[in-house]
Design a protein around this ligand. Structure first.
Ligand code: PEP
Length: 256
């Protein structure tokens, strides 16, 4: 898998009618298309995971969970475990999304525990990192990214870091329609790689996939991903529209 198009549906798709409609459009949009260079990973709300993963089984389409606890079972009312997610068809787990960090107090330490437990359950972690608007304005992007990586990946082996996915998602860009310039994204990619080389001794070949996320649509996908040298995108809003989302995947595949 060379490029990744990850869709984060968030807390959307409420009714069974909406769910079936989403799947119908997705299936139609995938019809007759083969993705050789790009893998598509869709993270629906957990309640739809089993249904979605049972209904669409196609070579390059994978499923992920938007969040899971680090424990596999126990007295954690309202939580979903990574083992459950795996059983229901997930192969990926988004961890440390900025909305989890800001709305639910998810810390780097929790992110770290979740990464360990994702690996234990054969889920590939997609760790989200990125600065907020105040941190950007005060020139703290590097410091924030460094800290999130050092604490989030604490005690992980080189080989595990190499197998995971890191999504650089500047918080100020999520859902706002604003994106950094291609060179800025590329600069953060280089920074992440430098941190991983210094801390874990990773060579360029061993680097994890590094994605960009924040207001990605099919109009800017080429700039924020391909021109910026990224390995793919994490898409929120536009992943609610299978036609736009698949178009983004085709752009990554360099088909349109
Ligand atoms: C996200 O939630 O991870 C995200 C990138 O959202 P959006 O594409 O809507 O900015």
């Amino acid at each position: 898998m060379n490029k990744l198009a990850v869709g984060n549906i968030k807390m959307n798709i409420i009714s069974k009618i909406e769910r079936d409609n989403y799947l119908k459009i997705l299936r139609d949009k995938l019809k007759g298309k083969t993705f050789e260079e790009t893998s598509i990973i869709i993270c629906p709300p957990a309640v739809h995971l089993e249904y979605f993963s049972e209904k669409i089984k196609k070579g390059n389409i994978f499923w992920g969970i938007q969040n899971a606890h680090w424990e596999n079972s126990g007295s954690y009312t309202g939580e979903i475990s990574p083992a459950m997610a795996k059983e229901m068809g997930a192969d990926f787990e988004i961890i440390g999304h900025s909305e989890r960090r800001s709305n639910f107090g998810e810390t780097n330490d929790m992110v770290n525990k979740k990464i360990f437990s994702a690996f234990k359950n054969n889920l590939i972690p997609i760790m989200c990192i990125g600065e907020n608007i105040d941190e950007r304005k005060s020139g703290e992007t590097k410091k924030v990214v460094l800290n999130q990586i050092l604490e989030g990946l604490k005690d992980l082996t080189k080989s595990k870091v190499s197998k995971m996915i890191i999504a650089y998602e500047p918080v100020w860009s999520i859902g706002t329609g604003e994106t950094p310039r291609g060179e800025e994204i590329m600069g953060v990619r280089i920074l992440i790689q430098k941190i991983l080389a210094d801390q874990f001794g990773l060579t360029i070949k061993q680097m994890p996939k590094i994605l960009y996320g924040g207001s990605v649509d099919y109009k800017n996908a080429r700039e924020v991903c391909l021109s910026a040298g990224m390995d793919g995108v994490l898409v929120g809003g536009e992943s609610l529209y299978p036609d736009s989302f698949i178009k983004i995947a085709e752009i990554l595949e360099d088909k349109i």
